[in-house]
Design a protein around this ligand. Structure first.
Ligand code: SF4
Length: 455
């Protein structure tokens, strides 16, 4: 969500006639879009602002803006600690960033809105990828997970109108986008706030509507909440050709006692039931998750329950996090129940072993299969496979993602956006590698709108 907000801020500035530069030394405007969900967000912000202070001394015309959820939370602190900042704006007024920069030519401006000032309609975006795009379908969150800062910095849930979302998908498809990822804090509750007394679209309706858009071959979404994963969403996933066979379902804990302390609204048994229903309806479904280790009060028995659920769920992969208190959240107040870091380290090792074991088994099972891959671009050195090391150093290698979201490397000269069938010949815990079988769809030609000259 934060990265897509950055794309939108960049899009708004480009619409004002600005250009992106690779070297911050050449910039007239620097916007830092913060995310306080990240650990150490404040240290990183003040460190970066420290570097920018000397840049501003050398380029007095430079404007510095700080936006995002840390700005929403710590507006006064930012201005007090960094008087060289020109603009502070929050999560609810991104669209105002260019106007605030204009206003700041006459002095520093702080504008934080406590509530959304508009419907979450489409803003222009400078997208990094020409073939994949995020679409925000909903902003804010109505849940109250005790470890999470999102509800207090992003406000209540507001769904975007379905017609508006579908029209953005159509425009993106016309411009060469193949893959759309729908974004929301809890996408399954999409539409709950729309159409009072009239037609009220559900998330499943949205999946079906975007599946109808010509040119969109893949639909993904992030994140659903396990408590709201309903049968109609599972049915839409199973029936829509473009919806990928991948679901990211955050477990957070396998202990009912800890899930209750987290205010997650489900028990482990319910989580496993819903996961089972999704796997039964959607063949070859990949499942990924998020798990927190060491939530305040987590006992050995609670952690054993998490391990047991992770064994049963057999995730393809999971982001595992050590609990880290976010100031302003209820969990940060549970200081007396904080778990000893030594114990957390040991639990993390045990959980990682379970997650990696199942992930490796899922990958091994794909050996010898043909996978449909959407090429993302040249293979990165950091993710090199064994077949890379054995291959001709002059050979062109690319990477892409399968419909299950797995990274696949291959030797082929294919443009980003190409969809190809690849025979899997090598597996590793975090990637697959293979050989090109055939091109299913060549990369689309990107159509760039040329503005008509005035007069
Ligand atoms: S569902 Fe829970 S974890 Fe997700 S954004 Fe809302 S409060 Fe945070």
């Amino acid at each position: 969500m934060n990265e897509h907000d950055s794309e939108q801020i960049a899009g708004l500035l480009v619409a004002e006639g600005m250009e992106a530069v690779d070297d911050v030394e050449e910039a007239d405007v620097v916007v830092l879009n913060t995310c306080c969900i990240r650990e150490n967000a404040d240290n990183r912000l003040y460190g970066t602002l420290g570097h920018l202070r000397s840049l501003k001394e050398r380029h007095p015309g430079l404007q510095i803006a700080v936006g995002g959820c840390l700005a929403q939370k710590d507006r006064a602190k930012i201005m007090a600690r960094a008087d060289h900042v020109d603009v502070v704006f929050g999560t609810h007024n991104i669209a105002r960033a260019p106007a605030l920069l204009d206003q700041a030519r006459f002095g520093p401006v702080v504008e934080i809105l406590e509530e959304h000032d508009a419907d979450p309609t489409a803003l222009p975006a400078q997208r990094k990828s020409g073939h994949s795009a995020w679409i925000t379908i909903q902003i804010g969150c109505d849940n109250s997970c005790t470890f999470c800062i999102v509800p207090s910095v992003r406000g209540a849930e507001i769904s975007r109108r379905m017609g508006d979302i579908v029209s953005e998908a159509e425009q993106l498809a016309a411009g060469g986008v193949r893959e759309i990822t729908l974004l929301g804090q809890n996408v399954n509750s999409y539409g709950r706030d729309l159409g009072a007394g009239q037609y009220q679209p559900q998330f499943a309706d949205l999946l079906r509507a975007i599946d109808e858009v010509d040119g969109i071959s893949r639909i993904r979404y992030i994140s659903p909440h396990p408590k709201d994963l309903r049968p109609d969403t599972i049915a839409a996933m199973a029936e829509c050709d473009a919806v990928c066979e991948h679901i990211h379902l955050p477990l957070q804990s396998g202990s009912d006692r800890i899930l209750a302390r987290m205010h997650r609204g489900y028990r482990a048994e319910r989580f496993l039931e819903r996961l089972g229903a999704a796997r039964a309806a959607i063949p070859d479904l990949a499942v990924t998750s998020d798990i927190i280790v060491g939530f305040p009060g987590e006992t050995d028995a609670d952690f054993a329950a998490t391990l047991a659920v992770a064994e049963e769920a057999k995730f393809d992969s999971a982001y595992t996090f050590v609990f880290s208190p976010r100031p302003g959240t209820p969990a940060a107040e549970m200081v007396d129940d904080f778990v000893d870091p030594e114990i957390i380290r040991d639990r993390m090792t045990q959980l990682t072993e379970v997650i990696e074991r199942h992930g490796t088994a899922h990958h091994k099972a794909r050996m010898g299969r043909t996978e449909e891959i959407l090429i993302e671009g040249p293979e990165k050195r950091s993710s090199r496979s064994k077949s890379t090391e054995d291959s001709d150093p002059a050979a062109v290698r690319v990477s892409g993602r399968s419909r299950q979201g797995k990274m696949v490397h291959l030797e082929a000269d294919l443009a980003a956006g190409t969809i190809a069938n690849v025979l899997i010949t090598e597996t590793a815990p975090h990637w697959l590698a293979g050989e090109l079988v055939e091109i299913v769809e060549p990369a689309p030609i990107r159509r760039v709108r040329i503005p008509l000259a005035a007069g």
